[in-house]
Design a protein around this ligand. Sequence first.
Ligand SMILES: NC(=O)c1ccc[n+]([C@@H]2O[C@H](COP(=O)([O-])OP(=O)(O)OC[C@H]3O[C@@H](n4cnc5c(N)ncnc54)[C@H](O)[C@@H]3O)[C@@H](O)[C@H]2O)c1
Length: 316
Amino acid sequence: MKRAVITGTAGFIGSCLTEKLLSKGETVVGIDNFDPWYSPQTKEQNLLTSLQNENFSLKKDDLLSVDLNSIFQEEDVVYHLAGRPGVQDSWGSGFSPSVENNILATQRVFEAALASGVKRVVFASSSSVYGASATSLSSEVNPISPYGVTKAACEQLAQVYRFRGLDVMVMRYFTVYGPRQRPDMAMNRLFRAALPGDYVFPLRGTGAQRREFTFVEDIVDATIRAGSLEIEDVIEPFDIGGGVSASLSDVIDQVEQIVGSSIRVDHQPAAKGDPLMTVADTEPAEKILGWRASTDLQTGLKKHFNSFMKASLPTS
Ligand SMILES: NC(=O)c1ccc[n+]([C@@H]2O[C@H](COP(=O)([O-])OP(=O)(O)OC[C@H]3O[C@@H](n4cnc5c(N)ncnc54)[C@H](O)[C@@H]3O)[C@@H](O)[C@H]2O)c1
């Protein structure tokens, strides 16, 4: 029986992917260890709708120890999204959990997927594999943060396992935003700093740094297309980017317009490992996956803000 196995099912992107596949009538097995790096309660909330669906089963397990051979089956498509994201937390003592949850966990997923003969693995990589000006147009993998190094290593592992016969596709996601965004990410913190309260947004650098912001529904769409594509031997990693690069200052302006108030900002020095610019080359994704982002930044930010406000409402 065809199934989707989603690692990181309780996280920001993983929970949206889970819900989307269930809504299409697919059977989904989700794996997540509810890592306390950010609130496990938030992750439980992310899964509330999916848990009501009889086609969903949840395995609360750690990829570093769970017996994946007993979970994976032939015909499964494995969407491997679990990991330790976040550039800033990968410095210093954060490197060890980044290595464990990115490199070591990914090697276990690839090894078990190969042994179980799964149909395909789709792996969530990152624009962080690129350099200081992370424009994929130069196509150079040259990370400038420990997080980027772990994702680049995972991509190399993908290549190694591909040579051994595993069908694995690499998706380089570019700064994802939208409902359920991780609490450490910029948009959520900008909303908080624009609403009444004490929270002040730490603006690292000048605000001129540019990102190709990508709405989560577009990311999910691209990821599902990669999982269902009927051709083999797709070797190139796909850049999955929102279509337009915007500066952080642009985003601040747009958030202020949407919320209707000014953002409290604390100016700080530029963060280490933060690229000046990210620009995706989405042509391969357009050509091979038939995918192109369809949500512009303003529309996506409005949807994100609406869900942010809903989630902040007290539950009676
Ligand atoms: N959000 C972005 O902008 C972005 C950009 C590029 C790449 N990515 C990648 O996409 C993936 C999903 O990102 P996200 O933003 O949804 O992050 P997230 O932290 O919300 O989700 C990751 C999930 O993986 C789980 N997890 C971590 N280690 C695990 C382990 N050892 N065993 C089982 N579960 C484990 C966590 O509990 C979490 O629920 C990550 O691999 C991330 O590196 C994200």
